[in-house]
Design a protein around this ligand. Sequence first.
Ligand SMILES: C[S@@+](CC[C@H](N)C(=O)[O-])C[C@H]1O[C@@H](n2cnc3c(N)ncnc32)[C@H](O)[C@@H]1O
Length: 195
Amino acid sequence: MKQYWDEHYEKFRIIEPSKFARFVQQFLEMYETVLDLGCGNGRDSQFFYNLDTVSEVRGCDSSSKALDLCDDHIDKFYLDVTKDTKLLINLLKRSSIIYCRFLLHALPPKNQISLLHTICESINMYTKVFIECRSETYEYIDYTYSEHERYLVNATLITNIFNSYGITNITDVQKNRAIFKNEDPPIIWSVGIKQ
Ligand SMILES: C[S@@+](CC[C@H](N)C(=O)[O-])C[C@H]1O[C@@H](n2cnc3c(N)ncnc32)[C@H](O)[C@@H]1O
């Protein structure tokens, strides 16, 4: 799968921030330290870096090709969230904002669960967590054109794990959040705060 992402970033050139990053902007206070988990080419990391409310941005990804595309202002970490737990925990503890866009559905369910638990266990009080990912759906979506496996996420999984750690959250599923080519898939947005 790592090879898939390396090849993907040889062609992927979108640098505009995502709709989710623009949505997240309103929740940021002064001197935020942002951790962008699965940052890809850093399109959203760069957006956060340019905000007055943000003092530091760390981006991590398991594709070195993706990290090579990130701007030098971003503190870059080569990190596989399923393997490098020690580094992951260290970065989580040092960040006031955990941002995770379109990483969760790239991970098999057991890794999704384990990542969510690690985030919840490791973050400090008042840390905010923002997750965007593709939702399970009753509609048929044909993914056969892609070699990229997607493990669609159940929104209740996120809510239940967040709730079990006292992370107050609003988690919902809607369309018209991440239209891609001719697809308008149902997308989960989750905003949580540990308190
Ligand atoms: C769909 S891209 C999203 C990139 C970026 N967040 C964005 O919104 O443009 C998914 C990213 O997750 C990364 N990724 C996949 N599995 C990973 C893992 N186990 N650990 C860290 N990053 C991973 C990929 O390399 C890729 O950059």
